[in-house]
Design a protein around this ligand. Structure first.
Ligand SMILES: Cc1cc2nc3c(=O)[nH]c(=O)nc-3n(C[C@H](O)[C@H](O)[C@H](O)COP(=O)(O)O)c2cc1C
Length: 178
Protein backbone atom coordinates (compact mmCIF):
# COMPACT_ATOMS: atom_id res chain seq x y z
CA UNK A 1 0.00 0.00 0.00
CA UNK A 2 1.02 3.58 -0.58
CA UNK A 3 -0.15 6.14 1.93
CA UNK A 4 0.13 9.86 1.32
CA UNK A 5 -0.53 12.37 4.09
CA UNK A 6 -1.43 16.00 3.41
CA UNK A 7 -0.65 18.23 6.40
CA UNK A 8 -2.97 21.24 6.27
CA UNK A 9 -1.69 22.95 9.42
CA UNK A 10 0.93 25.69 9.21
CA UNK A 11 2.52 24.36 12.43
CA UNK A 12 5.30 21.82 11.97
CA UNK A 13 5.29 19.45 14.98
CA UNK A 14 1.79 20.74 15.70
CA UNK A 15 -1.09 18.44 16.57
CA UNK A 16 -2.06 17.56 13.00
CA UNK A 17 1.56 16.84 12.12
CA UNK A 18 2.21 14.63 15.17
CA UNK A 19 -1.00 12.64 14.78
CA UNK A 20 -0.18 12.08 11.13
CA UNK A 21 3.33 10.93 12.08
CA UNK A 22 1.80 8.29 14.36
CA UNK A 23 -0.58 7.10 11.66
CA UNK A 24 2.30 6.83 9.22
CA UNK A 25 4.37 4.95 11.80
CA UNK A 26 1.55 2.38 12.12
CA UNK A 27 1.13 2.18 8.35
CA UNK A 28 4.86 1.58 7.86
CA UNK A 29 4.81 -1.13 10.50
CA UNK A 30 2.00 -2.77 8.54
CA UNK A 31 4.15 -2.74 5.41
CA UNK A 32 3.09 0.41 3.58
CA UNK A 33 5.26 3.04 1.98
CA UNK A 34 4.43 6.51 3.22
CA UNK A 35 4.89 10.12 2.23
CA UNK A 36 4.02 13.34 4.04
CA UNK A 37 3.50 16.69 2.34
CA UNK A 38 3.32 19.98 4.25
CA UNK A 39 0.80 21.97 2.23
CA UNK A 40 2.02 25.24 3.74
CA UNK A 41 5.38 24.68 2.05
CA UNK A 42 3.74 24.39 -1.36
CA UNK A 43 2.54 26.90 -3.89
CA UNK A 44 -1.09 26.03 -4.47
CA UNK A 45 -2.94 28.58 -6.58
CA UNK A 46 -6.70 28.92 -6.23
CA UNK A 47 -8.87 27.02 -8.69
CA UNK A 48 -9.70 29.57 -11.40
CA UNK A 49 -12.76 27.65 -12.63
CA UNK A 50 -11.21 27.74 -16.11
CA UNK A 51 -12.80 24.32 -16.77
CA UNK A 52 -9.87 23.18 -18.90
CA UNK A 53 -9.77 20.07 -16.71
CA UNK A 54 -13.19 19.12 -18.04
CA UNK A 55 -11.68 18.78 -21.52
CA UNK A 56 -8.08 17.82 -20.73
CA UNK A 57 -8.88 15.65 -17.68
CA UNK A 58 -6.08 17.34 -15.80
CA UNK A 59 -5.35 20.72 -14.31
CA UNK A 60 -3.36 23.07 -16.52
CA UNK A 61 -2.15 25.34 -13.70
CA UNK A 62 1.62 25.14 -13.36
CA UNK A 63 2.34 25.07 -9.63
CA UNK A 64 3.22 22.55 -6.91
CA UNK A 65 -0.15 20.84 -7.31
CA UNK A 66 1.28 19.06 -10.34
CA UNK A 67 3.60 16.99 -8.16
CA UNK A 68 0.91 16.58 -5.49
CA UNK A 69 -1.50 15.25 -8.15
CA UNK A 70 1.14 12.67 -9.06
CA UNK A 71 1.58 11.62 -5.43
CA UNK A 72 -2.19 11.34 -4.97
CA UNK A 73 -2.56 9.36 -8.21
CA UNK A 74 0.11 6.90 -7.06
CA UNK A 75 -1.40 6.37 -3.60
CA UNK A 76 -3.94 3.90 -2.24
CA UNK A 77 -4.80 5.93 0.84
CA UNK A 78 -4.91 9.73 1.24
CA UNK A 79 -4.79 11.27 4.72
CA UNK A 80 -6.29 14.75 4.92
CA UNK A 81 -5.06 16.49 8.08
CA UNK A 82 -6.37 19.90 9.07
CA UNK A 83 -7.01 21.64 12.36
CA UNK A 84 -10.42 23.23 12.68
CA UNK A 85 -10.18 26.89 11.71
CA UNK A 86 -13.49 28.66 12.29
CA UNK A 87 -15.49 25.42 12.14
CA UNK A 88 -13.97 24.48 8.83
CA UNK A 89 -10.64 23.43 7.30
CA UNK A 90 -7.57 25.69 7.00
CA UNK A 91 -7.29 27.98 4.00
CA UNK A 92 -4.43 25.95 2.54
CA UNK A 93 -6.38 22.71 2.76
CA UNK A 94 -9.31 24.42 1.06
CA UNK A 95 -7.03 25.53 -1.78
CA UNK A 96 -6.01 21.91 -2.25
CA UNK A 97 -9.57 20.60 -2.04
CA UNK A 98 -10.75 23.10 -4.67
CA UNK A 99 -7.96 21.88 -6.95
CA UNK A 100 -9.31 18.31 -6.76
CA UNK A 101 -11.82 19.22 -9.46
CA UNK A 102 -10.04 17.32 -12.27
CA UNK A 103 -10.81 14.15 -10.33
CA UNK A 104 -14.52 14.69 -10.91
CA UNK A 105 -13.89 13.96 -14.59
CA UNK A 106 -10.86 11.66 -14.63
CA UNK A 107 -12.20 9.52 -11.77
CA UNK A 108 -8.69 8.68 -10.60
CA UNK A 109 -9.72 8.91 -6.95
CA UNK A 110 -12.50 6.35 -7.36
CA UNK A 111 -12.04 3.58 -4.81
CA UNK A 112 -9.14 5.20 -2.99
CA UNK A 113 -9.43 5.35 0.78
CA UNK A 114 -9.44 8.58 2.77
CA UNK A 115 -8.62 9.28 6.41
CA UNK A 116 -9.33 12.52 8.29
CA UNK A 117 -7.17 13.95 11.06
CA UNK A 118 -8.78 16.95 12.78
CA UNK A 119 -7.48 18.48 16.01
CA UNK A 120 -9.27 21.45 17.55
CA UNK A 121 -9.65 23.40 20.77
CA UNK A 122 -13.20 22.18 21.21
CA UNK A 123 -12.60 18.54 20.37
CA UNK A 124 -14.72 15.78 18.78
CA UNK A 125 -18.11 17.51 19.15
CA UNK A 126 -16.96 20.47 17.06
CA UNK A 127 -15.50 18.11 14.51
CA UNK A 128 -18.78 16.59 13.31
CA UNK A 129 -19.70 19.29 10.81
CA UNK A 130 -16.26 19.21 9.22
CA UNK A 131 -16.40 15.42 8.90
CA UNK A 132 -19.77 15.78 7.16
CA UNK A 133 -18.32 18.40 4.81
CA UNK A 134 -15.41 16.14 3.86
CA UNK A 135 -17.75 13.15 3.60
CA UNK A 136 -19.72 15.00 0.91
CA UNK A 137 -16.51 15.76 -0.96
CA UNK A 138 -15.31 12.14 -0.76
CA UNK A 139 -18.72 10.92 -1.81
CA UNK A 140 -18.56 13.12 -4.90
CA UNK A 141 -15.06 11.83 -5.70
CA UNK A 142 -16.12 8.23 -4.98
CA UNK A 143 -13.51 7.91 -2.27
CA UNK A 144 -14.17 5.83 0.80
CA UNK A 145 -13.80 7.60 4.15
CA UNK A 146 -12.42 4.76 6.28
CA UNK A 147 -11.53 6.56 9.50
CA UNK A 148 -11.43 9.94 11.18
CA UNK A 149 -9.51 11.09 14.21
CA UNK A 150 -10.83 14.14 16.07
CA UNK A 151 -8.74 15.27 18.99
CA UNK A 152 -9.04 18.07 21.55
CA UNK A 153 -5.80 20.05 21.62
CA UNK A 154 -4.70 23.66 21.70
CA UNK A 155 -0.95 24.12 22.16
CA UNK A 156 1.58 23.05 19.56
CA UNK A 157 2.43 19.41 20.20
CA UNK A 158 -0.15 18.98 22.96
CA UNK A 159 -1.18 15.59 21.58
CA UNK A 160 2.21 14.27 22.66
CA UNK A 161 0.78 14.22 26.18
CA UNK A 162 -2.27 12.24 25.07
CA UNK A 163 -1.21 8.60 24.85
CA UNK A 164 -4.75 7.50 23.97
CA UNK A 165 -4.87 9.83 20.92
CA UNK A 166 -1.45 8.64 19.76
CA UNK A 167 -2.52 5.03 20.25
CA UNK A 168 -5.68 5.63 18.20
CA UNK A 169 -3.58 7.23 15.46
CA UNK A 170 -1.11 4.33 15.41
CA UNK A 171 -3.96 1.81 15.18
CA UNK A 172 -5.55 3.70 12.28
CA UNK A 173 -2.17 3.52 10.55
CA UNK A 174 -1.84 -0.20 11.13
CA UNK A 175 -5.30 -0.82 9.77
CA UNK A 176 -4.96 1.30 6.61
CA UNK A 177 -1.43 0.08 5.98
CA UNK A 178 -2.34 -3.58 5.56
C1 LIG B 1 -7.46 30.91 12.82
C2 LIG B 1 -7.80 29.83 13.79
C3 LIG B 1 -9.13 29.44 13.91
C4 LIG B 1 -9.49 28.43 14.79
N1 LIG B 1 -10.80 28.05 14.86
C5 LIG B 1 -11.17 27.07 15.73
C6 LIG B 1 -12.53 26.66 15.83
O1 LIG B 1 -13.43 27.17 15.13
N2 LIG B 1 -12.85 25.68 16.70
C7 LIG B 1 -11.90 25.09 17.49
O2 LIG B 1 -12.25 24.20 18.26
N3 LIG B 1 -10.59 25.42 17.39
C8 LIG B 1 -10.19 26.39 16.53
N4 LIG B 1 -8.86 26.74 16.42
C9 LIG B 1 -7.85 26.03 17.24
C10 LIG B 1 -7.08 24.94 16.48
O3 LIG B 1 -7.96 24.07 15.80
C11 LIG B 1 -6.25 24.10 17.49
O4 LIG B 1 -5.34 24.94 18.17
C12 LIG B 1 -5.50 22.95 16.85
O5 LIG B 1 -4.97 22.11 17.87
C13 LIG B 1 -4.32 23.42 15.97
O6 LIG B 1 -3.78 22.29 15.33
P1 LIG B 1 -2.24 22.27 14.84
O7 LIG B 1 -1.41 22.17 16.09
O8 LIG B 1 -2.14 21.05 13.99
O9 LIG B 1 -2.00 23.51 14.08
C14 LIG B 1 -8.49 27.77 15.57
C15 LIG B 1 -7.15 28.17 15.43
C16 LIG B 1 -6.80 29.18 14.56
C17 LIG B 1 -5.35 29.59 14.42
Amino acid sequence: MKVIALVGSPRKKGNTDLLIDKILEGAKKAGSSTKKIYLYGQTILPCADCRKCFKELKCQENDDMQKIYQEIDDSDVVIFGTPIYWYSMTAKMKLLVDRLRPYTVNNKLRGKRAVLVIPSDEGPKACKDLIKLFANIFNNLEMQLVDSLCVKAHERGEVENQPESLEKAYKIGESIGK
